[in-house]
Design a protein around this ligand. Structure first.
Ligand code: AMP
Ligand code: GLY
Length: 426
């Protein structure tokens, strides 16, 4: 089987690493990939948003399956593009249709979906320029601080504001509607604040049945002790100790099953991964958000825990035979620690040489590349998140210590990482 994987981050390196282990793989192409994915397949200089170029590539290279890493091509309709073209319709795409991708692409769409299907989530109110006064009244009378304001559309993970002061929340609401996050915040969803601890739950679905993948905890803030600005994610741990069998059973019956049933009842074409961002509110799971893809850096701990064949899982998803497949998972703990560029999530330099990357397969960690580029024999930094160093261990401490040990041998100017990944779970 020949596979085309779209994307270029740590998530895609983790997918590529797992796909490359399948005896069923013939050729793996990654578009555009990074310096790390070269070890798993062939990087191709293709823009995942350039659908005509993807068509030409899949035809010329006898691709049998397309796996989509990031949300943007899905929200832009890559799945529909394939299905609507008789020449490439036979090539299945792992991912939802454009309409179903609205579960991530529009917060309001996701909230209405949850309301319709009885899925537990925070109360909400949608505001546009036409009802901004109602929005201000909702803030003043219906919710208590902290106030949660969310841009409706995709805002590269930056579209959520959490504010303590009512006046500030009302003025930020106006600023968002006036284009603070561009077109993404022309509509704003105000939400009730949920307090608790977050967990990321991943589901593979063929639109009928589903499999729950290993869950993970992500560390979003840049600073130790969960301080400072939000990032794409500074590390992740799987499994999550507080996601007990009892809690996960509530997640399955109250959230996963109604979500898959809702997809079916709404007639949505969904053959892919659902990433459910949950809040554990005193033992009761509530949905914070849906994403229509895997998480990053969560994939860097989920893939290493899956011991069964990933191509088999993909086939179950796209051929709607998921109920015939088995998913096997190791009970060991996976930890990933993300090394970022100095200055991230603000501005940061690119193109700095990275030294000390392990070359031997004897290295006990897996060094997933996130933002790297190859220049001849050199590997250079090419993004905010540079590397995600994953280790498996018999405990959180063992896994994280192994990753920190591996990181100590890797150098580039401005290297920064959090030293407390997983510590809150001990
Ligand atoms: P989202 O883009 O919806 O995942 O929101 C980004 C982050 O904001 C989440 O990961 C949470 O940490 C936080 N957040 C979002 N919605 C809420 C909420 N209703 N209550 C508390 N925190 C929230
Ligand atoms: N780690 C959070 C995300 O992928 O959106």
């Amino acid at each position: 089987m020949n596979i085309l994987l779209l994307g270029s981050g740590g998530r895609e390196h983790a997918f590529a690493w797992k796909i490359a282990q399948s005896p069923r793989l013939e050729k793996l192409y990654i578009a555009p990939g990074n310096a790390g994915t070269r070890a798993c397949g062939i990087n191709v200089d293709l823009d995942p948003s350039n659908f005509p170029a993807l068509k030409q590539f899949v035809q010329n290279n006898y691709i049998n399956l397309v796996v989509v890493g990031p949300e943007q091509p899905l929200v832009d309709g890559v799945k529909d593009y394939f299905q609507n073209d008789p020449e490439i319709r036979h090539i299945p795409v792992v991912g939802p249709s454009q309409e179903a991708a609205q579960l991530e692409g529009s917060k309001e769409y996701a909230k209405a979906f949850m309301a319709r299907h009885g899925i537990p989530t925070a109360a909400y109110f949608t505001v546009t320029r036409d009802n901004v006064e109602d929005g201000c009244i909702f803030l003043a009378t219906k919710v208590r601080p902290p106030y949660v304001l969310k841009a409706d559309g995709l805002a590269a993970g930056k579209g959520v504001l959490i504010l303590n002061d009512l006046g500030e929340a009302q003025s930020e609401l106006r600023a968002m509607l006036d284009g603070k996050f561009g077109a993404a915040s022309k509509k704003v969803v105000i939400e009730e604040f949920l307090s608790g601890i977050e967990v990321s739950v991943f589901v593979a679905t063929d639109g009928q049945s589903y499999k729950i993948l290993p869950e993970a905890k992500d560390y979003k803030r840049v600073g130790e002790g969960d301080t400072g600005l939000n990032t794409g994610g500074m590390g992740a741990i799987s499994p999550v100790p507080f996601a007990t069998p009892e809690f996960m059973e509530k997640v399955r019956t109250r959230i996963v099953e109604p979500t898959v049933r809702g997809i079916r009842e709404d007639g949505l074409d969904y053959t892919g991964f659902i990433f459910i961002g949950l809040m554990n509110c005193g033992g009761e799971p509530m949905v914070i958000e849906y994403n229509v893809r895997m998480g990053d850096p969560e994939t860097e701990v989920v893939m290493p825990r899956i011991t069964s064949d990933i191509i088999d899982l993909f086939e179950g998803i796209v051929h709607r035979t998921l109920d015939e497949k088995t998913l096997e998972v190791t009970p060991r703990t996976a930890a990933t620690v993300v090394c970022v560029s100095g200055g991230y999530p603000g501005s940061y330099p690119k193109g700095l040489p990275i030294s000390g990357l392990p070359t031997s397969t004897a290295c006990p960690s897996i060094v997933f590349h996130a933002g790297t580029a190859a220049k001849g024999s050199e590997v250079l930094t090419a993004g905010g998140r540079v590397l995600a160093v994953t280790s498996l261990g018999n405990s959180i401490t063992e896994a994280t210590e192994q990753s920190y040990d591996t990181i100590s041998g890797i150098a580039y100017d401005g290297k920064y990482f959090r030293r407390d990944i997983g510590r809150d779970l001990l």
